[in-house]
Structures are given as C-alpha cells and as structure tokens.
Design a protein around this ligand. Sequence first.
Ligand SMILES: NC(=O)c1ccc[n+]([C@@H]2O[C@H](COP(=O)([O-])OP(=O)(O)OC[C@H]3O[C@@H](n4cnc5c(N)ncnc54)[C@H](O)[C@@H]3O)[C@@H](O)[C@H]2O)c1
Length: 336
Amino acid sequence: MKKILITGGAGYIGSHTAVVMAEAGLTPIILDDLSNSSESVIDRLEEIMGYKPIFYKGDCNDSSILNQIGKEHQLAGVIHFAAFKAVGESTQEPLKYYQNNLGSLMVLLDFMKKEGIQDLVFSSSCTVYGQPDVLPVTETTPRKDAESPYGNTKKVCEDILVDYVKSKAGVRVISLRYFNPVGAHPSAKIGELPNGIPNNLVPFVTQTAAGLRNKLTVFGNDYDTSDGSCVRDFIHVMDLADAHVKALNYLGGQSANFYDVFNVGTGHGNTVLEVVETFEKVNQITLNYEIGPKRPGDVVKIWADTKKINQILGWFPKYSLEDSLRDSWNWQKTLN
Ligand SMILES: NC(=O)c1ccc[n+]([C@@H]2O[C@H](COP(=O)([O-])OP(=O)(O)OC[C@H]3O[C@@H](n4cnc5c(N)ncnc54)[C@H](O)[C@@H]3O)[C@@H](O)[C@H]2O)c1
C-alpha cells in the first residue's frame, strides 16, 4: 500500500480525501497542527475507515517533524492542503498568510527533494481567476490580480511550483483549482468545521437552519444572473477528494519535471438563491433569509469548464447539489 503524506489532513477537504484515498488502497499519513481542526477528526476517520490513520500533530513549516515522518515512512507522494484560508483575516494579517501558505510549501519541497519524493498535488483555488471575462473558465483563462492576500498566496504558490519544476528538480506536480467545496461525508461523521462566523455560504445556511445564526443575508439580488444573486460552482467534497486520488494516479505515469493544473468543479453554476431554495426543499426546512446590499469585491459569477479534468484524469462528479445540501445539513445536525 503506497503511503501518501496529507498535510492539513485533519481539515475539511483533507479528511475527506483521507477516506477516499483509503478506499482506493492508499495509506494516508496525516500531518496537521490542528490550527483549524480538531484531533477528534482522526477518531471519526477511524470510525469511517475501520482503522486509525497515522497522525502527526505538527507544523508543516517545521522541517524536523517532516524529517521524522520521512524517517518512519517511505512516502510515495504528498497532497498539500495545509494553509490558512480565511479571506477576511488575510487582509488583516497578510504576513501570517504569506508565512504559512508560502513557507509551508517551500519547506515541503525541500523535504521532498531530500527524501526523493517526486509527486505533489497542491490545493489551489478558482480565486486565481478573479471575475473572469469569459465563462466557463478553462485552465488557460488568464489569472487576475488577487482580491486578497489569501488569494495571492494561491497564485504565488502556483508560480513557485512552476519555477521549481522548470528548474528540473525532478518533481511531478498538479495544482487542483477547487471551485466551491460543499457537502460532507454521507455518514455525517466528518464535515466542515468553520471557526467563528462562517465565510462560506453553505455553513452559514446550515448554521442559520440550526438556529445558531439569526438570519442569512444574500448579498445582492440585482446582478446580471438568472435571479440576480451571485453564481458559484458548488462541488461535493467527496467528489473533490476523489480528484486528488485521480491526480496522484495520473502523476505516476508522467516523466520527471511535470506540472499541470486542473479545474475541479461540476461544470455548471448555481445562484445563491438556488442554493437556498434547494436546501429548503431537500431538507424540508424554511430558512430565515433576507436580501442585503452587494458586497464590494464579490465575484458575480464563475463556474468551471471541466473538460480537461474529465478527459485527462477521467474524473467526473457523482454528487448533485441536492446531495451536497442534504449531507451538509446532516453534518450540521451532529454539531448541535
Ligand atoms: N474550502 C474551500 O472553500 C477551499 C477552496 C479553494 C481552496 N482551498 C484550499 O484547500 C486547502 C484545504 O482547505 P480546507 O477547506 O480543508 O481548510 P481547513 O482549514 O479545514 O484545512 C486545512 C488544515 O490545515 C491545517 N494547517 C494549517 N496550517 C498548517 C501548518 N502550517 N501545518 C500543519 N497543518 C496546518 C489546519 O489545522 C487544517 O486542519 C487549503 O489549502 C485551502 O486554501 C479551500
């Protein structure tokens, strides 16, 4: 069984990826400093996977913990999720974001070189496209100036990877540009654990439904979209997790010094109001929401062109928006 290091593997996307990896016959080795997650996730993973995944509590910027992992395990590859991701906080504390998100990638690349580990899948984001001029966005759609330090860390990390591969360091790398991850494991044993007031729509929806938030505000209803609210491409986290396994498999067949980038979305957009309506319908709940003013800097509409990942990685999403919103709600109910 190939061992794969998952940095940030106790987090939202990383924990689901550990499950899908284990199902695919890979052994996840999790490194997480628990700065935005909890050790209880590891116990939950044991309940789902049937065995406790190997877990190291530590910071990915700390080469000594990486060296220890390298000594104790023969790693076949790395998936690098570990990063800070709160857009708003990144504008208040940009250095914290640059230090962690850029720093951890560079420490990791050094470690990989020392250990002779070739393969890396990196968590990037559709935020690198900003508000694209043409929809849907393909991987060749030009990237725009980032709207936040967080967004910029994703752009710069991609650039670091491109330069590193060009330097003939021998690695094989894929950056996956995630659209909007939603949903939870169908068992409702793991899911998204937002810290404080959620930044993302769906956790805000589920917390409002649970009575933890008084009201959901839909920011703007007169944009140039079908119902005036913003459009996003919502991808079930289990489908997203599966894309990482497909990416790793694909890397295994490439020659050294390989870099590529793939969108991971469903290929179609839904408006914020459609999410609200679908959530209400699928879960038989009436949501308390209001229309509020537009937020400056919000991308109006974005969704992925997924032809590249469909054709090259053979990846297709299996879950619907209904599935996502049902699973998110089932997960939320376990948190009350
Ligand atoms: N969730 C999204 O909407 C989204 C969208 C696009 C890209 N991404 C990217 O995907 C990745 C995973 O996102 P997520 O939603 O699972 O976030 P998350 O916060 O749930 O998971 C990240 C995990 O990394 C850990 N971590 C952070 N810094 C670390 C460090 N230096 N060393 C060790 N562990 C560290 C945190 O404790 C957390 O468990 C991130 O890189 C994020 O930027 C997320």
